[in-house]
Design a protein around this ligand. Structure first.
Ligand code: MN
Length: 421
């Protein structure tokens, strides 16, 4: 499904909010997106179309994957990155080709009060070096007409490819993709084996992914907009402040600079913007970790489901549902979850009768099945998330696991009363 077809389907299902009036790219668009929460299509941001909150709910994600909401994780866990990728020679993306680069003509948004500059937030950076390909979303700060600063997090794949090229004094060819098949957007947010993002997307969508080649050799999927360029080997610029998943400001760092050499786009392109700390950002950051936790817990006990909760920024808090087999399973599940997602800070393990999508039900489990001296695991001085404002400067934190499962031998004490039909 193309980006446009996905938006059309949202519209047909009555899920799309449309804003016809002119909206400012500075603060106004992000304010409206934050209030609306639903997918919102702006028809006039500096004369351009912009979509926000595109994949902002588990319902949308489930619809994209063609499964019920409860089965997202088992579907994602079952798919291996081995779909078909085809190279094609033409693309609707080539409808307009601009050699005279001016990024300020794009409706790049400024989201929050203290942001360092306007930021591209939904750009998939596809890079290729020495036969290795990578595709992942990076926040990209607008520096000028043809320059962006890219936050490359070590030791992720783009960071490694850039370092490899820089060691030889070579620029890293990249193409920044905006607005492609949402399955691809989702796949590139997932940690898959090196170079397998498009194969994973093809497997998820259940059909081949077509790529076409840019002038610099990088192969990209059909999309609304593509920015071709190079990450400079040594040049650095101040990047930040920028709001990340916790909704707090991430600080300024010296980050690599991308020089854009060519812009390709469809006629009347739809620009994709992700609201930092908004529902789409949280889901894209968090949901890809759920299958990893699911698989890891599945190695130690019978796992039923996993959710990274919204209140925990879809990143720092997990609820893991197990079918407890033996006493101690809850603790093993806690250790497996922490090992699978190193940024995870607090995890609650519950039984199969708890609705993990309902925070009240999870709290009920904590209220009625936890005894503080035996059911908590406190693990100090372990690596946490660089995005946690409460983390130590050296990147460590304290993790807490809560075993909110029933004590097996006293099972009947925990029975939830039911009224017969
Ligand atoms: Mn990768």
């Amino acid at each position: 499904m193309s980006f446009r077809e996905f938006i059309d389907r949202l519209k047909e299902n009555g899920k799309l909010v449309e804003v016809q009036k002119a909206v400012s790219p500075k603060f106004e668009a992000s304010r409206i997106a934050k209030q609306t929460k639903a997918p919102v299509l702006f028809h006039d941001i500096s004369g351009s179309k912009v979509i926000m909150n595109l994949l902002g709910s588990r319902e949308e994600l489930a619809a994209m994957l063609k499964v019920p909401k409860e089965e997202i994780i088992s579907k994602l866990s079952a798919v291996s990155p081995e779909g078909e990728v085809r190279l094609v020679s033409d693309s609707p993306t080539l409808e307009v080709v601009e050699d005279e680069v001016d990024l300020t003509k794009l409706p790049i948004l400024t989201h929050f009060e203290k942001d360092g500059a306007p930021y591209l937030t939904a750009g998939i950076v596809v890079s290729e070096y020495g036969g290795t390909v990578n595709a992942s979303i990076h926040r990209l700060m607008l520096l000028g007409k043809d320059r962006l600063a890219a936050r490359l997090v070590p030791p992720r794949h783009t960071y490694l490819l850039h370092r490899k090229a820089a060691e030889k004094g070579e620029p890293l060819p990249v193409a920044i993709v905006l607005g492609c098949d949402p399955t691809i957007i989702y796949a590139t947010s997932t940690r898959v084996p090196v170079g397998k993002e498009f194969e994973y997307a093809a497997a998820l969508r259940g059909g081949p992914i077509e790529l076409f080649e840019c002038e610099n050799g990088v192969k990209v999927p059909h999309s609304e907009i593509v920015l071709e360029g190079y990450i400079e080997p040594w040049e650095r610029a101040d990047e930040g402040p920028f709001v990340d998943i916790t909704g707090t400001y991430d600080h300024v760092r010296k980050e690599p600079v991308i020089r854009i050499t060519r812009v390709l786009h469809r006629k009347d392109p739809i620009y994709h913007g992700i609201l930092p700390a908004g529902p789409e950002h949280l889901l894209m950051m968090g949901v890809p970790y759920e299958p990893r936790i699911f698989r890891a817990v599945g190695e130690v006990t019978t796992v039923r489901n996993v959710v990274l909760t919204e209140g925990g920024c879809c990143y720092l808090h997990a609820v893991v549902q197990i079918e407890k087999q033996t006493e101690g399973d809850g603790k093993n599940a806690i250790m497996a979850a922490f090992a699978a997602h190193t940024s995870l800070k607090h995890v609650v393990v519950v039984d199969e009768d708890i609705d993990i999508f309902d925070p009240n039900d999870v709290e009920f489990a904590i209220a009625t099945r936890v005894k503080g001296d035996t059911d908590l695991m406190i693990i100090p001085n372990v690596r946490g998330s660089s995005l946690d404002p409460r983390g130590a400067p050296d990147g460590t934190t304290t993790k807490i696991g809560i075993d909110a499962t029933k004590v097996l031998v006293e099972k009947e004490n925990f029975e939830r009363a039911e009224i017969p039909e």
